[in-house]
Design a binder for this molecule. Structure first.
Ligand code: CA
Length: 236
């Protein structure tokens, strides 16, 4: 496990997010803040957080919608922090896949204790791709994609991808030589159009290229088909 647990706060109230991040940073957590649902999802896709602290009442999306969409692709621990105090609100959030629920206003001591509970769930990512995927190791030049152990190696060195970068790479590799469109990526990698808008895919792909390409502006592995999608080189 990493030394510093990375917590993503999705909260539109600056006062509350600053208050939480101050307390968390004092305890050596790494914190990033997103003040809208879309920014939160982008940060989740690209920033590789370990824990999400989620407000339900966001300006652009409902928090429950975010939980449901994240749960389609990740088991990242989610702690809901909300002013909604009805039992039915709590049940809805927990049923959507939140791990725990704290009602605002809350005492900082309790909040930090709940974060420590969330830490127990860090890294217990379930292997949702383990069901039907055949055992496979793909080799392309200096790149090895081991979908059995879910590990990626470049020139023999393991490289670390976020869960979405990994899913995107595997999808491209499994379709190597063929163009995959943005909408296919949406469906297969994100499983939801809102999360996988073209901009989000581009950000995720740019990060992936930085990790696997020698020169990301002159790629050898992943080629852009302008306006359509991407093609992974057919090198086998
Ligand atoms: Ca709010």
């Amino acid at each position: 496990m990493k030394d510093n647990i990375h917590i993503l706060l999705i909260e539109d109230d600056n006062k509350i997010s600053n208050f939480m991040s101050l307390a968390l940073r004092a305890k050596d957590y790494k914190v990033s803040i997103a003040e809208s649902g879309k920014k939160g999802i982008l940060e989740f896709c690209t920033g590789n957080p370990d824990i999400i602290v989620l407000d339900l009442g966001l300006p652009d999306m409902d928090g429950n919608e975010i939980i449901e969409e994240i749960r389609k692709i990740s088991e990242i621990p989610i702690l809901v922090v909300s002013a909604r105090e009805m039992e039915s609100d709590k049940i809805l959030a927990l049923d959507s896949g939140a791990n725990d629920y704290v009602t605002k206003p809350f005492a900082m001591g309790e909040f930090l204790a709940r974060i420590r509970v969330m830490e127990r769930f860090v890294g217990v990512e379930t292997k949702n791709s383990a069901d039907s995927t055949p055992v496979s190791i793909y080799e392309f030049g200096e790149l090895t994609v081991d979908t059995d152990r879910q590990r990626i190696f470049l020139r023999g060195e393991e490289i670390h991808l976020t869960p979405l970068e990994y899913k995107l790479l595997v999808f491209l590799v499994e379709n190597c030589g063929k163009v995959v469109t943005y909408s296919q990526i949406n469906k297969q990698v994100w499983g939801y159009e809102h999360m996988g808008d073209v901009k989000t895919i581009r950000v995720c792909l740019a990060n992936l290229r930085r990790k696997i390409e020698k020169d990301p502006s002159n790629p050898e592995y992943i080629f852009t088909k302008i306006g359509v999608g991407y093609r992974f080189a057919d090198m086998e």
